[in-house]
Ligand binder design. Structure first.
Ligand code: LLP
Length: 436
């Protein structure tokens, strides 16, 4: 699928055509110049809940989940949503009710999942599982541990033995393929800390098969995030298939193959492979394997179901630059500061965009990196609301209280109605658990 460009550069400034952008985001739309999220005006949401405010569309989330199910309908599959992406209980419950499983990386994420469903469809990734983490997961009877180190096999076996249980395991293999994404979100090359190397894989499985309290269930990999084409996934699949064949020769047979997450999304003008294209690329080889497929998508399920609404508080033109200070910042949305991610910022009311100026949209945190969008051509005034799109993934979950800022509220829109799914933190929340 190709999109028409939603932006153009004018000198050094980025002009985002909000109409074109919103056409690519089926759940957000301008109605009489007012931005709506699943039919609910952004203005109404800001008046009701204040800003900064995360808003998610339930429909957008379920539509993306359905795209995965449809794409892989021809094989047994399980979509294990990567909880780290957006761990709000309402998001988890929506996906659990739709039939999803979950990929977790901590005890805390498992505890969240257990608030809305049981542990039976949970896979547990993560490089540093402790004895306590493992025991907690075994008590919850999770589906599978994605094991990331040989020593972890021994530890899981030991804890399982102590609890009189058998742990189902899969080995996370680092296939050493280049995902061609930002180095901070690339995970499948041999200099990354993740997984067990391809070279050590067979020996690790043989070791696992010698441990009495382990049941070998699968094999998995996750090579990175925001991958725009399917090449990296395809290369990783080939490497994993090689290993599955080698394991067979050693008498080790598997039940599932887990290809992780990683499919990218459109933030502005990116042209990511669609879920259908991704499925078509992988399906023939997967069908031949005959194993159940697990996937761990995060971003591609939720990024574009969410926006962050923020209010313009201060306009500060200088001889060099114009700064628009908004009430969101790197504390609420760290992606631009951490990865130099470029996310679209569009007005909640696009009626008066005739006199745009070049603005840096910044937060009021005391860091020069606290920029949400550089050199944006916008016609704005104090009190206007702006929407940062693509904010459903790695937005709230990466938010912090830096500069003692209470974290924002979250709202879910469903069929023209809206409800609070996390209340805005109060000042008291800031020092909860502290002792002066
Ligand atoms: N499975 C595992 C083992 C992972 O580590 C991740 C993400 C996923 C699945 C989901 O990947 P996704 O489908 O979302 O690409 N904070 C960064 C992204 C970090 C991704 C970490 N791992 C960002 O905001 O771009």
């Amino acid at each position: 699928m190709t999109f028409s460009p939603a932006s153009r550069m004018i000198d050094d400034a980025l002009l985002i055509d909000a109409d074109v952008l919103t056409q690519a985001l089926p759940y957000i739309d301008y109605q009489n110049h007012h931005l709506t999220i699943d039919g609910v005006p952004a203005d109404e949401l800001c008046q009701t809940y204040g800003t900064p405010l995360y808003v998610y569309s339930k429909r957008a989330l379920l539509d993306k989940y359905a795209e995965y199910c449809h794409g892989f309908a021809n094989i047994n599959h399980r979509i294990c949503y990567a909880v780290k992406t957006n761990s709000n209980l309402a998001v988890l419950k929506t996906l659990a009710q739709a039939g999803a499983g979950f990929d977790i990386v901590s005890k805390g994420e498992l505890a969240r999942v257990l608030q809305v469903t049981d542990g039976k469809k949970v896979v547990y990734s993560g490089v540093g599982k402790t004895k306590e983490d493992i025991a907690f997961a075994l008590e919850a009877d999770i589906d599978c541990f994605n094991v990331e180190a040989i020593s972890e096999l021994d530890l899981i076996n030991q804890v399982a033995q102590e609890l009189g249980k058998t742990a189902r395991i899969s080995l996370r293999i680092n296939p050493d393929v280049d995902a061609k994404t930002h180095p901070y979100i690339s995970t499948g090359m041999k200099d990354n800390k993740f997984g067990i190397s391809h070279e050590q894989a067979v020996a690790s499985y043989l070791h696992a098969s010698s441990l009495p309290n382990l049941h070998i269930k699968g094999i998995d990999c996750h090579i990175g995030s925001q991958l725009l084409d399917t090449q990296g996934f395809s290369d990783a699949l080939d490497k994993i298939i090689e290993l599955i064949d080698a394991l067979k020769a050693h008498g080790i047979t598997l039940e599932h193959i887990d290809l992780g997450g990683g499919l990218g999304v459109r933030y502005i003008d990116e042209n990511p492979a669609s879920i259908a294209e991704y499925a078509q690329t992988l399906l023939p080889r997967l069908q031949a394997l005959g194993l159940t497929l697990y996937l761990e998508p995060g971003r591609s399920l939720v990024a574009n179901s969410g926006v962050l609404l923020t209010r313009v508080d201060v306009l500060k033109p200088t001889e060099f630059k114009n700064f628009a200070v908004v009430d969101a910042s790197m504390s609420e949305l760290i992606r631009p500061a951490l990865y130099e991610a470029v996310m679209a910022i569009i007005p909640a009311n696009n009626e008066h965009q005739d006199n745009p100026k070049v603005w840096d949209i910044v937060g009021s945190v005391c860091e020069s990196s606290d920029v949400l969008g550089k050199n944006r051509l916008l016609d704005i005034k104090v009190g206007d609301t702006l929407a940062i799109t693509g904010a459903g993934a790695y937005g709230f979950t990466m938010a912090s209280n830096y500069n003692s800022r209470p974290r924002p509220a979250e709202v879910m829109v469903d069929d023209g109605k809206h409800r609070l799914i996390r209340q805005r933190e109060t000042l008291d929340d800031l020092w909860k658990g502290e002792f002066a």
